[in-house]
Design a protein around this ligand. Structure first.
Ligand code: PY5
Length: 305
């Protein structure tokens, strides 16, 4: 998917032109994947342009950095302010925001502890991650032959750049097989998440999703959907799921910042069918929430102006 470039990207204290936002080829993070990032969205809302759960995303970024012994060069409050200023400065009403904390040029050995820590924040308009049609019709999913990383190999609790080799292998396998997305099982065979989305299934009116200990990312959309479901009187339970529970579910869907809420219509060629009523309901409430149209979730919106 090509970029729809904006004007400025923030890099280590400066707002630089989009085309000038480059790093040296010997930047260690490029070689060894030692970096952490976030995916955030700003929406055109009833309050003007507002970032969805910006503070929660930045907290997760700082937690990821802690796991990898990196002290971001700005404070949490600083990162929040810069993000809002950047979105406003670029004049975009809605966009995807990508903060990145990484090791800057300086060292090329495997010791990550002596390199300077750099940070960048970019934003650009980014449409439906799994395609416009996916919202309505749902996606076809394959259980990946690639297993999710064990927490003692590379911790899924951090959103680290190198870790996404695992997700991208699953994504590539799914696409080459003619599917839209892959779901990864953990080394014990339990469902974790999609390559870039958390997974929910509906069984007899209850929403089920894998627990964090299964090895999925602590998704902010996941947490939002759990809260929405509770408010809507839909029971939610975190529980380990095996692949056949996806095949036999009444409904299933993905959640994520890039993807938002996307129905799953098939898993490994077992048809679940058109999006069901619970999927539709949470999709609808989530859309209202992110656009400032549901009072209950106003505090999730952090206006840029
Ligand atoms: N699981 C994985 C592996 C993810 O990468 C993501 C987010 C999620 C779950 C959902 O988390 P959240 O709801 O907090 O976004 N993926 C990124 C995103 O911005 C990267 C996608 C390219 O959605």
């Amino acid at each position: 998917m090509p970029f729809e470039a904006t004007h400025k990207i923030w890099m280590d204290g400066e707002y630089v032109d989009w085309d000038q936002a480059t790093v040296h080829v010997l930047t260690p993070s490029l070689h060894y994947g030692w970096g952490v990032f976030e995916g955030i969205r700003a929406y055109d809302t009833t309050l003007g342009t507002a970032v969805f759960r910006l503070t929660d995303h930045m907290r997760r970024l700082f937690r990821s950095a802690k796991i990898y012994h990196m002290e971001p060069p700005v404070s949490l409050e600083g990162a929040i302010k810069i993000t809002k200023d950047l979105v406003a400065m670029n004049g975009v009403r809605a966009c995807y925001i990508r903060p990145l904390v990484y090791l800057g040029y300086g060292e090329i050995g495997l010791n990550p502890l002596n390199s300077p820590v750099s940070m960048a924040i970019a934003c650009w308009p980014w449409g439906a991650y799994l395609g416009e049609e996916a919202f309505e019709r749902g996606v076809r999913v394959k259980i990946s032959s690639w297993r999710r990383l064990d927490p003692n190999i590379i911790p899924p609790a951090a959103k680290a750049t190198g870790q996404y080799l695992n997700s991208s292998l699953a994504k590539a396998e799914a696409l080459k097989g003619g599917y839209d997305e892959g779901i990864l099982l953990n080394p014990n065979g339990y469902v974790t998440d999609g390559s870039g989305e958390n997974v929910f299934v509906v069984r007899e009116g209850t929403l089920l999703t894998p627990p964090l200990a299964a090895g999925c990312l602590a998704g902010i959309t996941r947490a939002s959907i759990m809260r929405i479901a509770e408010d809507e009187g839909i029971p939610v339970r975190e529980t380990d799921l095996v692949r056949t529970e996806l095949y036999l579910s009444d409904e299933a869907f993905f959640t994520g910042t890039a993807a938002e809420v996307v129905p799953i219509r098939e898993v490994d060629d077992r048809v679940l069918g058109d999006p069901g009523p619970i999927t539709r309901r949470v999709q609808e409430v989530f859309q209202a929430a992110i656009h400032g149209k549901d009072e209950r979730y106003r505090d999730w919106l952090e206006p840029v102006g």
